[in-house]
Write a protein that binds this ligand. Structure first.
Ligand code: HAM
Length: 419
């Protein structure tokens, strides 16, 4: 019988690489926890309508990429393709916006699902860490999020990423632009699919990567020229605050995101070592989303950074994270010493020392190999003779030096040496 394989477009996180994923999640969330964001966790699936209304019927995410299912009870659910709609739904349901003190600042970390054409950096199951600041219209909030993402990437040692920034206007100025763009697109020689896209979601056509299309887009009306005064002023303030923080960005007037809820500020973090799937993160302002899903007006802004692609970016830059060995002390029991050493390992663990022991009745050689493989700084070695003398041998795995330590002093001695 052949063994099972992980489904297409998915992969397993296994040691040692999995430690990098944990470290990346930690590095992205640390600046958020340090900036007033509280942790939120929502279900892995939601009512399908939350996404069709929130993310948008015309987006690829909703029209092609959602994993939908009908429950035995007849509910139409979808595995979550993204986090923003869910987090806003949860905040509304939990009445967080009524507790006073807007914005409600939340961060999250989890798995997301999109039925995409699988390729390097593009998976059907992937992982994001995200942040949403709900219920305030303040350029400082947009700037804060961009600065915190930059801080997260830099803390990981990433350097070759760029920040692309744009404004998509609001419900006053975007419709005017949309019409002007549509009029322009109708005069072009486009294939059927693109013509259809131009009617449903014309801004997405600007994002078309094909040269044949890009060539024709020269001279297309640009949103920048249609922004209303309020949107212009807002955007200038975001740019000024980000600049004042020393964070470098590029104005990208063609940046259109793949989700329909965006208004005003939009941004993407791209890494130049990743080929076509270069976006390591993205986000923006979504002032109308709450109303789109049945809530009150709650202007909001957020981002999500892709953990998988951030790990790929680290690998592309050759950055190795400084991940401490999982085990500090490894016990090697000889003869009948196992019960005593097992007891010591338990004591060490309870004292907060990362400790492990060789299992499976191996001899000295095999057990010492286990100790080496564990990366432990110290080995505790003992046989019957040592125990008769009331000691264990504490071996420094770096220097090879070995000293006897009284059984009663093991925990304190190890702790002192590790400190
Ligand atoms: P998004 O741009 O769709 O935005 O996804 C954010 C990041 O998730 C991407 O930049 C990418 O790194 C990662 N990602 C997306 N799809 C895949 C995939 N198939 N395989 C691997 N990684 C992927 C959102 O999801 C918005 N909810 C972000 C946001 C939050 N906007 C406002 N608040």
């Amino acid at each position: 019988m052949s063994t099972f394989q992980a489904p297409k477009g998915t992969y397993d996180l296994l040691p040692p690489r999995s430690a990098t994923f944990l470290a990346v999640r930690e590095a992205i969330s640390a600046p958020l926890k340090n900036s007033g964001y509280g942790y939120v966790e929502t279900p892995g699936f939601e009512n399908v309508e939350l996404f069709s209304r929130g993310v948008g019927e015309s987006t690829d995410i909703v029209s092609k990429e959602m994993y939908t299912l009908t429950t035995k009870g007849g509910d139409q659910l979808a595995l979550r393709p993204e986090g923003t709609a869910s987090v806003l739904r949860a905040a509304l349901q939990g009445n967080l916006h009524k507790l006073g003190g807007l914005p409600v600042k939340l961060w999250y970390s989890g798995s997301y699902y999109r039925y995409e054409r699988a390729q390097a950096g593009r998976y059907r199951h992937f992982s994001q860490v995200g942040a949403e600041a709900i219920g305030a219209e303040d350029p400082a909030l947009d700037a804060e999020l961009i600065i915190l993402a930059d801080q997260a990437y830099r803390s990981l040692g990433l350097r070759n990423f760029r920040i692309l920034l744009n404004s998509l206007g609001d419900k006053e100025c975007r419709p005017v632009y949309r019409e002007a763009l549509q009029a322009f697109l109708r005069g072009l020689d486009l294939d059927e699919d693109t013509v259809r896209r131009a009617e449903i979601n014309p801004l997405r056509v600007l994002d078309d990567k094909r040269e044949s299309v890009q060539k024709q887009l020269v001279g297309a009306p640009m949103l920048r020229d249609y922004l209303c005064d309020a949107c212009k002023a807002y955007h200038e303030e975001v740019r000024a605050l980000v600049t004042a923080a020393g964070v470098v960005f590029e104005d990208d007037e063609k940046l259109v995101r793949g989700l329909d809820y965006y208004t005003r500020t939009t941004f993407e973090f791209v890494h130049d070592g990743l080929g076509s799937q270069s976006a390591v993160g993205g986000g923006g302002r979504y002032d109308g989303l709450s109303e789109m899903i049945g809530g009150p007006a709650l202007p909001s802004v957020g981002w999500a950074l892709g953990v998988d692609r951030t790990v790929l970016a680290l690998e592309a830059e050759g950055v190795a994270l400084d991940i401490p060995a999982a085990t500090s002390v490894f016990a090697v029991a000889l003869g009948g010493a196992k019960p005593v050493l097992f007891g010591l390992v338990t004591e060490l663990r309870r004292a907060g020392v990362a400790a492990d022991i060789s299992y499976g009745g191996k001899g000295l050689k095999g057990a010492m190999k286990d100790a080496n493989r564990s990366g432990a700084r110290f080995a505790l070695v003992a046989g019957d003779r040592d125990l008769e003398e009331g000691v264990v041998q504490l071996k420094d795995m770096e220097s090879g030096e070995q000293v006897p330590v009284a059984l009663a002093d093991v925990v304190d001695t190890v702790r002192a040496k590790l400190a």
